[in-house]
Write a protein that binds this ligand. Structure first.
Ligand SMILES: Nc1ncnc2c1ncn2[C@@H]1O[C@H](COP(=O)(O)OP(=O)(O)O)[C@@H](O)[C@H]1O
Ligand SMILES: [Mg+2]
Length: 389
């Protein structure tokens, strides 16, 4: 039998502690050790454990509780933390994740969500592999150039890696004319054309051991180096095979595309779970977006699979987001604010936007977007917060 993992619940509310205890007993794989409201006592108990799960309600003494999360996650490598709050504001969720919490759930607790999170942690903590079928392939597309596809794909992929700490692949389908390597100042030694030519040799172990991670994150970039060589023509079967391998290896695959409808782009779109159709709010761009949606419809893509992202959004634009929704006949999924200065500074330095200014409106925009697609629990929390359920 697999081990059960000692679990400590920290909350000021007796009722929360009792409910968590009941749920944990029902779930069985986590062994409820104690409930505490005293952080020092909890700390001393954690210190004695090799491996532990801490469920901490930060509703009442938020600052103190977050400092505690930061302390235990930095001191105890094998300690996992799930934070709970009855005030799950976006900035708090992001802060909690940044300082090391593995999950964030809103109170009152929804049992299914809680069990979903427990399952994920149990598999992670006992060396079981989480189901790979969970991989989401997200393609960022527009039939217009210069609307911000590469900026969104790059920053979204990086934020996803930072938030989930799971393996994320960023694929540049522009091949030798791609911008991803420039945006992240990379010189990949192992390129996407090589992979397509050697599909039979490539598998999960090969990819994870060969590809370089971006700095100290779990982001892997697959792009051609920016020197010129003739484009290879790959069949749709080969591209689909590549996506199959990527799905087995990564939890998220973010694809940056060129603006055309070439076979690579169509293949990527077909292989995606989610397509972000990027537009800016002016009439020609919205018309283009409409045409794309018609085409996607003809290709048989589900309505839910295609989501609209507005880039370079400005509150006082002549055309409002509501106008855009009316023209497109579809809700806007998310808006990335206009911030030319921060974007240009990031691109010129070859760093992600969060490295230029992590509190800028645009960096937060990418982060929120990553939270929305990161996994169902976060998505539900965020969606509720944003009034999009
Ligand atoms: N949110 C934004 N605010 C301001 N400028 C942006 C924003 N997103 C992208 N840009 C600018 O638009 C230009 C094109 O962006 P890019 O991501 O390369 O678009 P694409 O990949 O669609 O061609 C870049 O120079 C970038 O500075
Ligand atoms: Mg681009």
């Amino acid at each position: 039998m697999k081990q059960s993992i000692p679990t400590i619940v920290i909350s000021e509310q007796q009722s929360t502690c009792e409910l968590l205890k009941l749920y944990l007993q029902e779930f069985e794989k986590f062994n409820f050790l104690a409930a505490a409201s005293d952080l020092t006592k909890a700390y001393n108990a954690i210190k004695e454990l090799d491996k532990s799960l801490i469920i901490i309600d930060i509703s009442d003494y938020q600052e103190q509780a977050l400092n505690f999360v930061s302390k235990i996650t930095s001191e105890f490598e094998n300690c996992r933390v799930i934070t709970l709050s009855d005030k799950p504001q976006v900035d708090i969720v992001i802060r909690a994740m940044r300082i090391g919490a593995s999950d964030f759930l809103s109170l009152p607790l929804i049992k299914d969500e809680f069990f979903e999170v427990l399952t994920k942690h149990y598999l992670d903590m006992t060396g079981g592999k989480p189901k790979k079928s969970k991989c989401r392939v997200i393609t960022v597309y527009s039939n217009k150039g210069g609307v911000g596809k590469t900026s969104i794909a790059t920053n979204l992929a990086l934020e996803l890696a930072k938030i989930t700490k799971e393996n994320v692949a960023l694929i540049d389908l522009n091949f030798q004319l791609g911008d991803v390597t420039t945006f992240l100042d990379l010189k990949p030694s192992f390129n996407i054309s090589y992979m397509l030519q050697n599909l039979d040799k490539i598998n999960e172990d090969f990819l994870l051991s060969t590809l370089e991670k971006y700095k100290d994150t779990s982001l892997y970039v697959l792009a051609d180096p920016p020197y010129f060589k003739p484009a290879e023509n790959f069949s749709s079967k080969e591209i689909t095979k590549l996506f199959d391998i990527l799905r087995e290896t990564f939890s998220y695959v973010v694809v940056d595309t060129s603006s055309g409808f070439d076979s690579k782009a169509i293949n990527a779109l077909e292989n995606s779970d989610l397509i972000f159709l990027v537009t800016i709010v002016n009439l020609p761009a919205l018309r283009n977006c409409q045409r794309c949606m018609e085409l996607f419809d003809k290709l048989g893509f589900d309505d839910d699979k295609v989501q609209i992202l507005i880039n370079r959004y400005m509150e006082n634009d002549e055309i409002s987001a509501e106008d855009a929704e009316e023209v497109l006949g579809k809700n806007i999924y998310w808006k990335i604010p206009n911030n030319y200065f921060t974007l240009m500074s990031a691109i010129n330095k070859g760093v992600p936007v969060s490295s230029v200014n992590q509190d800028s409106n645009v960096a937060l925009g990418y982060k929120h977007l990553a939270l929305m697609v990161s996994d169902s629990v976060f998505r539900q929390n965020m969606a509720k917060k944003l009034g999009r359920v």
